[in-house]
Design a protein around this ligand. Sequence first.
Ligand SMILES: [Zn+2]
Length: 403
Amino acid sequence: MSVVVSFKKNHKDAKCETGKRVMKIPNTMELKKAETLIIYVIQQEAFKKELKFLEKEETFTKQSPLQKLNPVKDSKDLLRVGGRISSAEMSNEEKHLLIIPRTCHIATLLVRFFHKEVAHQGRHITEGAIRAAGYWIIGAKRLVSSVIHKCVICRKLRGHLQNQKMADLPTDRLTPEPPFTNVGLDVFGPWTISTRHTRRGSANSKWWAVLFTCMSTRALHIELVESMSTDSFIKALRRFFAIRGPDKLLRSDRGTNFVGACRELNISSKHAAVESYLQSKGCTWIFNLPHSSHMGGSWERLIGVARCVLDAMLLQSGHNHLTHEVLSTLMAEVMAIMNARPLVPVSNDPEMPTILTPAMLLTQKTSTVSAPSGEFKMGVLQGKQWKHVQCLADTFWKRWKQE
Ligand SMILES: [Zn+2]
């Protein structure tokens, strides 16, 4: 260590012309000398027993990490890997690599240095660089892996995104209760509807839709409401309760959309009329905490899908002027499509061809066929098409008779 200390002192104490102390850059010879000394010290510390064995020319114990390396001492008393290539035409340093114990800090520093040298490549390339530089770190694989695992740059480059751990689901999502006992509520829209024809054209009004989602079956119910009236909202609630039965809990969040819709519709859970109506039905309306729209994920997601289905329907039907009748029909069909969506992944097992849907839970029927949208004409099969069907039927009957 004395060499390193004196070397350090020499270089620190060197003064420039102005008399200020400056660090002198060490030359290659001095660096090599320091390296040799450092490795000598760590080897003496780590391999005390092995060095004694080597002096006595005894074999190492089986537990010794040097047992397989067949170490030899070089001219500077450094331990090097022996191996069986002594007679190869290579330099001594290439043939016999310097042994570095894994537990010392120098090993970590070496790995960090070569990992940086190879531009933060993986374990394989880093290990190769260390070996090529003439070091044999005992247990290098594990050390390189641990250094790379902790490397900030590597994490930035190749790390997996961290996911937020989801909190437990609320109890009303998990308790097995009849459909539409615990309900999530949201409002979406509006749509402009031509209500009546006047001399100047048609009078329009804005309509909204209230979306009720069952927390346990994930079934969906939509009711239309005309804007600007609490009365209209209560009527929607009455229709919902009448069709789907009594409900214990209504939940909604304070998302800007919902709050805006509520303001425009003039509805609130604190509104006396709404409150007394819900009380009479034995139902409570809970608002999620502000700025926690993630808590209403179950119905927010359904609104997105419902909107998507409705947009596609409106585009297909090509209605320029929506009427209440058209909108309510489309909403019923949206409901049918949404309630026929699979709740669990569709199985590839041929013995399980049915899929579980909210409609199945509501109606106990395996197949739910939604009404065809648009006009349905009888006797569409004419001419060629009719002949083709007859031909198919004939071949089917012939085959059936043969079997
Ligand atoms: Zn890295």
